[in-house]
Design a protein around this ligand. Sequence first.
Ligand code: ZN
Length: 76
Amino acid sequence: MGRILFILVLLAVSFYVVKLIRTKMDEAPKEIKKDTKSTNNNMVKCLHCGLHIPEEEAIKQGDKTFCSLEHAKEEL
Ligand SMILES: [Zn+2]
């Protein structure tokens, strides 16, 4: 009887550990996704017209950002 109880406790503990690992594994990719999403959606303001555009689409002149080459040229 004592042996069965020991096996049951062992099973319960192993299930708990597996569950704990699974929840940790599920959380990790979500955090990575969140980070990439926030960097991809980083909006910058055009110094000329004030339009907000994604950072990767912006024209950069030093530390200044513009929505188009025309606006970048007008500010220089
Ligand atoms: Zn502009």
